[in-house]
Design a protein around this ligand. Structure first.
Ligand SMILES: *Cc1c(COP(=O)(O)O)cnc(C)c1O
Length: 355
């Protein structure tokens, strides 16, 4: 899959590794970063020679457009190591295509495929000791692009920086997740940027999520901006409902992020003959199913947590507690996905990508 292009990446190695100071048994998500980072600038209409340099602060002018107009997109992906020390990623082609889809929507120039894959490979070769063996142990990778041109006129920049930073991660356990179905605020709208992994989409959810937290809920499940009657996604995860034995999730549109985990769950549902429907899901039907005892599960799906079961939801002051299941779909999909990711199971769809 890697283009065997001949250009070189300049590598400046860190003088010392920080790895011995890191407690891998007590990692908080996204707080510790590895020794190196990938950097590539866009200047004069083209992406310049990529570099890998020691991880550290950037020097960027305060007038850089990213600070004023939020011209920024990102990705989230993971690297895994098997018992023999081989390193894998999970469907990275999807992330590559998506960052460029996100970039196009924010008027950011697309990043070349061979730079992306060769950058990842070179970086992971350098940081391989940071990837630990074991189910759930990963190196989280955060590619992102920011507008760096120092000029505060409101128009697309002509200078950008593409970077990849890496953070070791333990299995993500969010605890008991209670969610609120959105009734007033919206994450995205028709014709907007909801489908893009745009930095600003996250900033816009923080305030309503803080309000939900004050009411005792951890996250908001976003509903359609027009009517607030249809359930869309969790804002960092796509969302699935299990009514009796049928798995339900909303169709993709320009308000919902097209998640790699979501599409993998749907494929696994197909593979294992689990009934599934991709269609608009109303708040009303989910509340009815909860009242009748037919709603068995709700879970989120996204790279960071893989699958995140939801314990309860609230809407219009009605609170519903979900049953605790022995053989949940959530644990089934999590097990299947993580085993494929860690090279512990067959991979019939070729999702695993050997670095
Ligand atoms: C990243 C993200 C997801 C999950 O996508 P994955 O590709 O599965 O990690 C879902 N919703 C939003 C808004 C996201 O940013």
């Amino acid at each position: 899959m890697i283009d065997s292009s001949t250009y070189e990446i300049d590598v400046v190695k860190a003088a010392n590794s920080k790895i011995n100071g890191v407690n891998f048994d007590d990692l908080q998500f996204g707080r510790v970063f590895t020794d190196h980072m990938f950097v590539c600038d866009y200047i004069d209409g083209k992406w310049q020679k990529p570099q890998i340099i020691p991880y550290g602060p950037l020097s960027i002018e305060p007038s850089a457009r990213v600070f004023h107009y939020g011209q920024a997109v990102f990705e989230g992906m993971k690297a895994y190591k098997d018992d023999l020390g081989a390193i894998f990623m999970f469907r990275p082609q999807e992330n590559f295509e998506r960052i460029n889809k996100s970039a196009a929507r924010l008027a950011i120039p697309e990043f070349p495929r061979d730079y992306f894959f060769k950058g990842l490979k070179t970086l992971l070769d350098l940081e391989k000791d940071w990837i630990k063996v074991g189910l759930g142990k990963t190196l989280y990778l955060r590619p992102f692009v920011i507008a760096t041109e120092p000029a505060i006129s409101a128009s697309p920049a002509n200078q950008y920086r593409f970077m990849i930073i890496c953070s070791p991660a333990a299995e993500y356990y969010a605890g008991e997740v209670r969610v609120l179905f959105a009734e007033k605020y919206s994450r995205s709208a028709d014709g907007g940027v909801g489908f893009a992994k745009a930095a600003g989409n996250y900033a816009a959810q923080f305030y309503p999520t803080e309000l939900a937290k004050k009411k005792g809920f951890n996250q908001v499940i976003w509903t359609d901006a027009n009517t607030h009657e249809y359930l869309e996604e969790a804002g960092t995860m796509n969302i699935f409902f299990r009514v009796n034995d049928t798995l339900l999730t909303a169709p993709n549109n320009d308000r919902i992020l097209d998640g790699v985990t979501r599409k993998s769950v749907l494929q696994l549902a197909k593979d294992y003959n689990i009934k599934h429907e991709v269609r608009p899901i109303s708040v009303k039907e989910i509340k009815e199913a909860a009242r009748n005892g037919n709603l068995k599960e709700i879970f989120g799906a996204g790279t960071a947590a893989v699958i995140n079961p939801i314990a309860a939801f609230e809407h219009a002051d009605d609170v519903f507690e979900l049953p605790k299941l022995e053989n949940s779909y959530a644990s089934f999909f999590k097990d299947k996905l993580t085993r494929i990711q860690h090279n512990l199971a067959d991979d019939p769809h070729g999702w695993r990508y050997k670095v």
